[in-house]
Design a protein around this ligand. Structure first.
Ligand code: CU
Length: 118
């Protein structure tokens, strides 16, 4: 009787240790796997960074202007078009259809980048 109890509690402790370990990793990995996740693109020093991102359909991209001058985010095919973004202002667009979406800054047309939606 005593022996069985001791073995049972030993298993319970082992299970507790095993489940406690991987849990935070599973929680941390959940947001990127979510289809409605958000991806950040930084506008800094007259460039979009990263210049190319590949995302699953349903992803929202958030562009944030980290420059001290205004920039815009305008797609080549006018699928999306931001207003002039001042410092620390952001623009978001949710990509629902797969494809390649080139975009640029209408104030500085040499600033080009793209979003590849899968
Ligand atoms: Cu610009």
């Amino acid at each position: 009787m005593m022996k069985t109890r001791a073995r049972m509690s030993g298993v319970a402790i082992l299970l507790a240790v095993l489940t406690a370990g991987p849990m935070p990793n599973i929680l941390a990995a959940t947001p990127p796997a979510n289809s409605s996740s958000e991806v950040a693109v930084k506008i800094d020093n007259f460039s979009f960074s990263p210049a190319t991102i590949t995302v699953p359909a349903g992803t929202t991209v958030r562009w944030t202007n980290r420059d001290d001058i205004p920039h815009t985010v305008v797609s080549d095919d006018k699928v999306f078009k931001s207003k002039a973004l001042d410092t620390d202002e952001a623009f978001t667009y949710t990509f629902t259809k797969p494809g390649t979406y080139g975009y640029f800054c209408s104030i500085h047309p040499k600033m080009i980048a793209k979003v590849v939606v899968q």
